[in-house]
Design a protein around this ligand. Structure first.
Ligand SMILES: Cc1cc2nc3c(=O)[nH]c(=O)nc-3n(C[C@H](O)[C@H](O)[C@H](O)COP(=O)(O)OP(=O)(O)OC[C@H]3O[C@@H](n4cnc5c(N)ncnc54)[C@H](O)[C@@H]3O)c2cc1C
Length: 397
């Protein structure tokens, strides 16, 4: 998600201060504007905001360019009626247009998958057995073990991933440590990671184990069968650093391949990320098929997910922005729109800090939460008599 202020009313704080001052003055606003220093305008604005005299702030507006947000966010955002919007259309834009099949890339993907299967076959030959899904894969593709020397350097990571899925065991204990059967040392010694021999096994430990896992998952293709979901999940649970790497890789995969966003609570569970990717793949595949059949893009888009990204330009005046920040910076707002609101607030504060001093979630300004039993618990819940008093900014959700 990216937020840029494209433009805004010039001299926002002076404009608001002049409009407000006019209410109590017998000279024209243009004269007031000429004679207002920045400092005087700031102190006047502070008084105005303390009083809750909000109509003068409607004279100032900000125009934002918002990129890389989901269509789910768009539906929530455009409920804010006191604003103007221009949105990138899926009627005229096929998000996957220009995506061509690169034969070289396809060949590389196939070669990596084969190297992974060869790693699995190597593990099977030494361990005599593989877990169910891994064993099926090797059988199905009729893969024979291939000697390490014959694997090209750029396929080694996939080959090692096969060995890890086939024979690697995550050791008990707080830190990540991977055990392999003893006779795997001839192969694993050829990696650049420290191998520690133990009585009956060899170990890759701690930082080396994390870096080994990052290395073997670096070229992962999430929709291929070139990894064991259970192992990946266990690694994410065991190492924070590995989990962060996994999320970054998945996010960039989802962005570049599906032009989609990754919501916060899906990102919180590796198995949910993998299920989400499966869903995105299916939607994309069927969308492209419909377009190929000659169905209009404006109708084919019905099958695209709500997570599909869009871009928009939005203009809001300061009063409406106050209402927006009040509702959407709150912890109870959905995570993506909350992230957008916080980014927008940070941007407008750089331009007009005095004007937005009291903007944000209601608890930040008052020290109390108006959400009652739904409170996130960061601030004490507002007393019922205070709650019933209506504030100038809207409280409707
Ligand atoms: C946590 C959360 C949960 C939500 N859940 C739902 C939901 O389940 N279902 C749902 O439909 N929406 C839901 N919403 C959206 C919500 O109801 C509002 O539509 C949205 O937040 C826009 O707020 P708004 O109307 O104040 O903003 P704007 O439309 O920008 O209006 C700003 C202010 O102008 C005034 N105003 C605007 N239009 C009128 C009018 N026609 N009559 C009188 N006054 C007007 C009001 O004072 C209003 O507060 C949710 C919002 C939040 C933050």
């Amino acid at each position: 998600m990216k937020v840029t202020i494209l433009t805004h009313t010039p001299e926002p704080e002076k404009t608001v201060a002049a409009a407000a001052r006019l209410c109590y003055s017998n000279i024209s606003a243009s004269e007031i504007m000429e004679n207002f220093s920045e400092e005087k305008a700031s102190s006047f604005i502070k008084k105005l905001m303390d009083m809750g005299h909000m109509s003068p702030v409607e004279h100032v507006s900000f125009t934002f360019a918002i990129d890389g947000v989901s269509r789910t966010l768009l539906a929530q955002l455009t409920r804010h009626r006191i604003a103007s919007y221009s949105v990138q259309s899926l009627r005229y834009n096929n998000p996957f247009k220009g995506e061509t099949v690169d034969p070289q890339k396809e060949a590389e993907t196939k070669a990596r998958h084969r190297a992974y299967l060869e790693g699995l076959a190597f593990a099977r030959n030494f361990c005599n057995k593989l877990d169910g899904s891994c064993a099926d894969l090797v059988e199905k593709h009729d893969i024979k073990e291939l000697l390490l020397e014959k694997i090209s350097k750029d396929l080694l990571s996939s080959y090692f991933r096969g060995i890890f899925d086939g024979a690697g065991i995550l050791e008990e204990g707080p830190d990540l440590s991977i055990a392999f059967p003893k006779h795997f040392d001839t192969v694993l010694n050829k990696s650049s990671f420290n191998i520690t021999p133990d009585e009956e096994k060899i170990l890759i430990k701690n930082e080396d184990a994390v870096n080994f896992c990052i290395y073997i998952y670096e070229d992962i293709d999430f929709i291929s069968n070139s990894f064991c979901q259970e192992k990946l999940k266990a690694l994410c649970q065991k190492s924070r650093k590995f989990y962060e790497f996994f999320l970054k890789t998945a996010e960039s995969y989802i962005d570049s391949r599906y032009y989609s966003t990754l919501p916060e609570s899906i990102a919180g569970k590796p198995e949910a990320v993998l299920t989400y990717i499966k869903g995105l793949e299916s939607c994309k595949k069927n969308y492209l098929e419909l377009v190929k059949m000659g169905v209009d893009q404006e109708d084919a888009r019905y099958i695209l997910p709500m997570g599909t990204q869009t871009r928009l330009v939005m203009t809001m005046n300061v009063r409406s922005l106050y209402n927006f920040f009040h509702l959407r910076c709150c912890q109870r707002a959905q995570s993506e729109i909350r992230q957008l609101a916080n980014l927008m607030l940070a941007e407008v504060k750089k331009i007009a800090p005095g004007l937005f001093e009291k903007a944000g979630a209601p608890c930040e300004a008052t020290g109390f939460c108006p959400e009652g039993k739904f409170s996130c618990g960061r601030y004490p819940v507002q007393k019922p008599e205070a709650q019933s008093r209506k504030t100038e900014v809207g409280s409707e959700r």
